[in-house]
Design a protein around this ligand. Structure first.
Ligand code: ATP
Length: 324
């Protein structure tokens, strides 16, 4: 009869798992990530207290396979060991100090996005630990963790709604003044001021037409409004004209200042400014260092630089190797 009970409980859990996919949820004793927000400030949202470090401590990771998830649930939801063949991150170890900009570069499929997903705990690691502000992300509440992290993905998504509502998505209680300050800080204030209905202007599909660079700056304004202490950014690869490029770059500099940032970098200016560049290859950190150091090593980074970064704008603007 004990076996029957176990089986029934497990059966329930299978359905729970099938419904919810991998179960990432708070531990019963999860506590909020340390108090990091200062009282509401002026300008573009709450002022920031000190940004936390982000540390990967010998992280191994395999995406859960569907059969594995339900098998694990029959034994214990918490089981995480997985076959090494599907492991996509092997012993990834680094530390972004508070306020640092860490650039992730590397070939397609190397594991860069996977690394950024683990910071927000979209999945749990198979080995090692991810720490934010020294706390294992599995020990803190998901709500408090994700409140600290601002994520900007490749294609800045705007809803078919007003600028105001698109911005309030980041912070529902934001006032018009706060929204305008964020928009200004993201170097898109002039455009919004010139729009037919200001903050009421409807953007997104079938709305006011925005260029790629303008959409990116609105996404950055949204990030500024959220004012997270950690930023996870997948830089857009889309080619922008050099004027938009420069405006986006200025907006990004504002957005990343004072925040601990992990950036999947596609822009030469970002990797040049990075405090650390991690070259990811086959789920490992193959090389690490600053731009000049890595160029001198003449390894994978130097190769990536030649093939992806050195001529990314247009032929005329190619900068000679090592020039600052
Ligand atoms: P890109 O530059 O092309 O975006 P990347 O370096 O970000 O690549 P990841 O997207 O992290 O690489 O992928 C790393 C590995 O994990 C790849 O082998 C990929 O096929 C695999 N992978 C990514 N997402 C999933 C998923 N949801 N389920 C299973 N495997 C995945």
């Amino acid at each position: 009869h004990v076996d029957v009970m176990t089986a029934l409980v497990s059966f329930d859990r299978v359905f729970e798992v099938l419904d919810l996919k991998p179960l990432i949820r708070d531990r019963e004793d999860a506590r909020p990530l340390g108090e990091r927000r200062a009282p509401a400030g002026n300008g573009a949202g709450p002022s920031l207290a000190k940004a936390p470090s982000v540390q990967f401590d010998h992280v191994r990771f395999a995406y859960p396979a569907a059969d594995e998830v339900s098998l694990a649930s029959l034994e214990s939801i918490a089981r995480t060991d997985t076959s090494p063949s599907r492991e996509v991150l092997h012993d990834v170890d680094f530390r972004a100090e508070p306020g640092q900009l860490v650039a992730l570069v590397g070939p397609s499929g190397a594991g860069k996005s996977t690394i950024t997903h683990l910071v927000s705990r979209l999945y749990d690691v198979s080995g090692g630990a991810v720490r934010v502000g020294g706390a294992d992300v599995r020990d803190v509440t998901l709500e408090s963790l994700r409140a600290e992290i601002g994520v900007v993905s490749q294609d800045a998504h705007l809803f078919h709604d007003s600028i105001r509502e698109n911005m309030r998505y980041a912070r529902p209680d934001a006032t018009d003044e706060e929204i305008l300050a964020a928009v200004e800080a993201a170097h898109i204030g002039d455009l919004v001021a010139d729009m037919p209905d200001g903050l009421d202007t409807v953007v997104g599909d079938r709305g006011y037409r925005l260029s790629g660079g303008e959409k990116q700056r609105l996404a950055i304004a949204r990030l500024l409004l959220k004012a997270p202490s950690v930023v996870v950014l997948d830089e857009a690869t889309a080619h922008l004209d050099s004027e938009s490029e420069a405006a986006v770059q200025r907006a990004l500099r504002t957005a990343l200042a004072g925040r601990t940032s992990l950036v999947i970098a596609h822009r030469l200016s970002t990797i040049r400014e990075a405090d650390q560049i991690l070259v990811i290859e086959n789920g490992r950190v193959a090389e690490r260092g600053r731009h000049e150091e890595l160029l001198l090593q003449g390894g994978l980074y130097a190769e990536l630089y030649r093939t992806q970064f050195s001529h990314q704008r247009d032929g005329r603007q190619t900068e000679p190797l090592g020039a600052e």
